[in-house]
Design a protein around this ligand. Structure first.
Ligand code: GTP
Ligand code: MG
Length: 337
C-alpha cells in the first residue's frame, strides 16, 4: 500500500539525514536557501512549515512545497530535483537497520502479562494503537505509560494530547505512588494539551518537534483519543475519503516523530459495530486501514471476567498474536490469575 511504502521511505530518510549530519564537517553545508528559486522569504516560509533541511525537500511532493511557500509548481519541481541530486538518496543495508533497531527501548507498564504481550514492553520508534469499547482501559494504559516511561531516565518526558478531557492528574499521582516515583516530579514531566478539534490536534503534534528542539527529552507521546474528533467532524458517506486522507497525514507526522526521536507513540481508538457480522466479534476499530497500517502494534482491549481486562495483540511485525489478562488497580495494572 502507498502508506506503507511512504513509511519505509520515511525511515530511510531519517537514516540518510543522520548520515548527512555525520558527513557535514567534510562537505560544505548546503541549506535550503542554496537551492534554485529559493530566496530568503521562501526559505523562511518553508522552515515554518517544517522543511528544515535539504533531505526534507528531497522527499517532499511538489504540491506540499507549493502549499507551504506559495511558489509555483515548476519551481517546486526544480527545487526537489536539485535537492535530490545533492542528497544522494539510496539504499541502506540490513545491517544498518539492525544497528538502528538496537537503539530501540521498551517502555514497561510494570504489568508482566501486558509487557510480555509486546515482547517486553511498548517499543520506541513505533506507534502502538489500542482500540476497544468504552471503559475497556485504554486511557488507564495511557496514564500508566506516562508514569512508567519516566523510569527510563532522569529527564524522560511525556507529551499527552487529550482530546476527550479525560487526563486526570490525580490518577497520575496514584500511579506514580504505585510505581515508587515522586508524584510531583512525575506530573512536572508530563506536558498536557487539550485538543479541541482535529486541526488543533494535528497542530499540537507539529509543535512537539519544537518542544524536542527546545531540549525536552520526549520518550512518549499519548494521543487519547486519536480518532474521536475525526469521527465527529466527518459524518456522512461523502466525507470518508477526506477524513482518511487527513488521518493518514496525522499518522505520518506521528510516525516521523517516533522514528526521528526514537520515542513511542501510544494512540487510542474507539470501536464501532460492524453491521454485517453475524458470528465472531461484531466490533471493528475506527480509522480503517489507514490507522491499522500506520500502527506498528495493535492491541484490542475488552472487558473480561470478574472486572478484568483482556488485551489481545492483533498485528505485530515480529511477535505472535496472543492475549494478556489484567486488572486495573489504584497503583497500576496487575496480572489477573
Ligand atoms: P473510553 O475512553 O470511554 O472509550 O474508555 P477507556 O477505554 O479509555 O476506559 P478507561 O481507561 O477510562 O477505563 C475506565 C475503567 O478503569 C473504569 O471503568 C475502572 O474500571 C477502571 N479504573 C479507572 N480508575 C481506576 C482506579 O483508580 N482504580 C481502579 N481499581 N480502577 C480504575
Ligand atoms: Mg478513554
Amino acid at each position: 500500500m502507498a502508506s506503507e511504502q511512504t513509511l519505509v521511505e520515511d525511515s530511510l530518510y531519517e537514516e540518510k539525514r543522520e548520515q548527512m549530519m555525520d558527513e557535514q564537517p567534510q562537505k560544505e553545508k548546503i541549506g535550503i536557501i542554496d537551492l534554485p528559486g529559493v530566496g530568503a522569504a521562501t526559505a523562511e516560509k518553508l522552515e515554518v512549515a517544517g522543511f528544515r533541511d535539504i533531505m526534507s525537500i528531497a522527499v517532499a511532493t511538489p504540491a506540499e512545497l507549493v502549499d507551504a511557500s506559495g511558489i509555483s509548481l515548476p519551481v517546486a519541481k526544480k527545487m526537489i530535483a536539485a535537492a535530490r541530486a545533492t542528497a544522494d538518496m539510496g539504499f541502506i543495508s540490513g545491517v544498518d537497520i539492525l544497528q538502528k533497531r538496537s537503539k530501540i527501548k521498551k517502555l514497561q507498564t510494570g504489568c508482566p502479562s501486558l509487557d510480555n504481550l509486546l515482547g517486553g514492553g511498548f517499543e520506541t520508534a513505533s506507534i502502538v494503537e489500542c482500540f476497544g469499547e468504552f471503559g475497556s482501559g485504554k486511557t488507564q494504559i495511557g496514564h500508566l505509560l506516562a508514569v512508567q516511561t519516566q523510569k527510563l531516565s532522569d529527564d524522560a518526558a511525556v507529551v499527552y494530547i487529550d482530546t476527550e478531557n479525560t487526563f486526570r492528574p490525580e490518577r497520575i499521582e496514584q500511579l506514580a505512588k504505585g510505581a515508587g516515583l515522586d508524584p510531583e516530579e512525575v506530573l512536572s514531566r508530563i506536558k498536557v494539551a487539550r485538543a479541541y478539534n482535529s486541526d488543533h490536534q494535528m497542530l499540537l503534534v507539529e509543535k512537539i518537534d519544537e518542544l524536542i528542539q527546545g531540549g525536552l527529552n520526549v520518550k512518549l507521546i499519548v494521543v487519547d483519543s486519536l480518532t474521536a474528533h475525526f469521527r465527529a467532524e466527518f459524518v456522512g458517506r461523502g466525507t470518508l475519503a477526506d477524513r482518511q486522507q487527513k488521518l493518514n497525514r496525522h499518522m505520518h507526522m506521528l510516525m516521523k516523530l517516533a522514528d526521528l526521536h526514537n520515542l513511542c507513540v501510544y494512540v487510542t481508538n474507539q470501536v464501532m459495530a460492524k453491521p454485517d457480522v453475524f458470528f465472531g466479534d461484531p466490533t471493528q476499530a475506527i480509522g480503517g486501514h489507514i490507522v491499522a497500517h500506520a500502527s506498528t502494534f495493535r492491541i484490542y482491549l475488552r472487558k473480561g471476567k470478574k472486572g478484568s481486562r483482556v488485551a489481545k495483540l492483533i498485528d505485530a511485525p515480529n511477535l505472535p498474536d496472543s492475549e494478556a489478562n489484567f486488572i486495573v488497580e489504584e497503583g497500576g495494572l496487575r496480572d489477573f490469575k
